[in-house]
Design a protein around this ligand. Structure first.
Ligand code: FES
Length: 84
């Protein structure tokens, strides 16, 4: 996960990075369990990886440096699914 943050330019100052990484790991666990989020369109099927799902599940961590696109790319690569 740390290497993916570096590869995808998912950080600048690094202040938010520990929380983003912890949330990314939790996100993968949530998706594996089929836990829906506030943006899941259908609560009867397991949510699929999408940028909206990643944004929602990381929403508790704000990056003041504006590295969100790289953070989302890093987490998507970590989860390893197809983005929609
Ligand atoms: S990298 Fe600086 S706050 Fe996110």
């Amino acid at each position: 996960m740390q290497a993916l943050f570096v590869e995808n330019e998912g950080m600048q100052c690094g202040y938010c990075t520990p929380g983003q990484i912890m949330s990314g790991i939790a996100l993968k666990s949530e998706l594996e369990r089929g836990a829906p989020s506030n943006v899941s369109s259908d609560l009867t099927v397991a949510p699929r990886l999408s940028r909206d799902e990643i944004k929602e599940r990381l929403s508790g961590n704000l990056c003041r440096c504006g590295a969100h696109n790289g953070i989302i790319d890093a987490v998507a690569a970590y989860v390893g699914g197809e983005e929609q």
